[in-house]
Design a protein around this ligand. Structure first.
Ligand SMILES: [Zn+2]
Ligand SMILES: [Zn+2]
Length: 417
């Protein structure tokens, strides 16, 4: 055999050997990943009963923004039970699992309830009159506690640390800001959260890349006039009249100054003022909300609100001021993190594709504050029921919750493999 032919045969052999090594490696790797996935689902299922019992315990005791004392106790007791170290931030809790160094992925659950009177007949219905977990934050908290249990099982095998953020005061209190200033996103490379979504089958996921929530500004307009007898209005300044003009003029921002191709909402949900039919009103307050899909439009409308409120009051001899009581920026899902979490969810639960939503919600969400600092994605999980968020009859089909816990755990384990 010539040297050339020998060399040719040897190099063919080398290629075949390399191919065998490559194929066996990739086969082994794929097998490992799948095994991990199955183990995650099995653990989520094993913890399901405990998770549902924790969810019901939290549901029974709803607490509003910054008053989540009992809820925090439940969270911390469970973390202690799992031997997971944590840090307290008011009623919020930050827990780290896994190695001290490496790329850190954060998972966030909001923990607060709403000032709504529950109208369900569950045996675990609210025991705090006037308050209710009507946005599913009890489920978010319980799912993340199940995730904590799964992650603690894998803690010696995690590629990097996973941070669990149990955040207070999502409902209007902007709790994300406080817990961020307490260090929640320090060293974090990416962040994810799950939120219940009515009208979708239980445990089915949905999300979208890019904008997923409008900005949400809550503001109070205080209009000042001067009291007088109703028979002598010329001696006073009628705050009700100013309020009437202001309400109409504010609506004209949306109808006359915003393009039909753009979206913004300005709603005045509450008016207070006046003492009696024969007294000219001295003060009126308007409680309003503004939703926009871009920071540019948001700043423009905020400026116009200011012009109109102060200008209208001056025109009718009164005065007015505006107080912003809620300032939530938009929520924008990172394309890479969204793509990663969608592919992972579809690998984990191959029977159900993730729904990619067409439109952003005009509802507010303070997860956007994290996303301003680190790339992240908010996903939805179907509640399996039709009752809407923030309604007194809101309910959840608990059978899909383990899937949410499994997805969060899979994200924590796989994001930086
Ligand atoms: Zn809500
Ligand atoms: Zn919510």
């Amino acid at each position: 055999m010539s040297t050339f032919v020998e060399m040719f045969i040897v190099s063919i052999d080398v290629i075949i050997i390399f191919q065998i090594i490559y194929l066996s490696n990739s086969y082994g790797k794929e097998n490992n990943v799948m095994k991990y996935m199955n183990e995650i689902i099995n653990l989520a299922k094993q913890n399901e009963e405990r998770m549902i019992s924790l969810r019901r315990q939290i549901h029974r005791c709803p607490e509003v923004a910054y008053h989540e004392y009992e809820t925090a106790k439940v969270i911390r007791a469970e973390l202690e039970h799992l031997n997971i170290r944590y840090k307290e931030c008011g009623t919020g809790t930050i827990a780290d699992i896994g190695p001290a160094s490496g790329k850190l992925v954060a998972l966030r659950a909001d923990i607060d309830a709403l000032p709504i009177t529950e109208e369900t007949d569950f045996e675990f219905a609210s025991c705090n009159p006037g308050y209710m977990h009507a946005c599913g934050h009890d489920c978010h908290t319980a799912m993340l506690l199940n995730t904590a249990a799964i992650l603690s099982h894998f803690q010696d095998h995690l590629p990097g640390p996973v941070r669990l953020i149990f955040q207070p005061a999502e409902e209007g209190g902007g709790g994300a800001r406080g817990i961020i200033s307490a260090g929640a996103v320090e060293n974090v490379s990416s962040i994810f959260c799950l939120h219940m979504r009515p009208g979708m089958p239980s445990g089915v996921f949905a999300t979208k890349p890019g904008l997923i929530h409008a900005s949400s500004d809550g503001f109070l307009v205080r209009i000042h006039g001067r009291k007088s007898h109703g028979a002598n209005p010329e001696k006073g300044v009628d705050a009700i009249l100013i309020a009437a003009h202001t309400v109409l003029a504010l609506q004209e921002i949306i109808s006359r100054e915003i393009s039909a191709h753009d979206n913004a909402v300005l709603s005045i949900g509450k008016i207070n003022g006046g003492q009696a039919r024969n007294i000219v009103c001295e003060e009126v307050t308007l409680d309003c909300t503004l939703r926009t899909l871009s920071e540019e439009k948001r700043q423009y409308i905020r400026q116009r609100i200011n012009d109109i409120v102060t200008g209208t009051a001056t025109m009718y001899r009164g005065s007015a001021e505006i107080e912003y009581v809620q300032n939530y920026c938009t929520c924008r899902n990172d394309e890479t993190e969204t793509d990663f979490s969608v592919r992972l969810a579809e690998e984990l639960f191959a029977d159900t594709p993730v729904t990619i939503l067409k439109n952003a919600s005009m509802g507010g969400e303070d997860f956007g504050f994290y996303q301003q600092l680190v790339p992240g994605t908010k996903l939805y999980i179907g509640s399996g029921c039709q009752e809407g968020l923030h309604t007194s009859t809101f309910r959840v089909d608990e059978s899909g919750l383990y899937r949410g816990a499994a997805l969060l755990a899979a994200i924590g384990i796989n994001r930086y493999v």
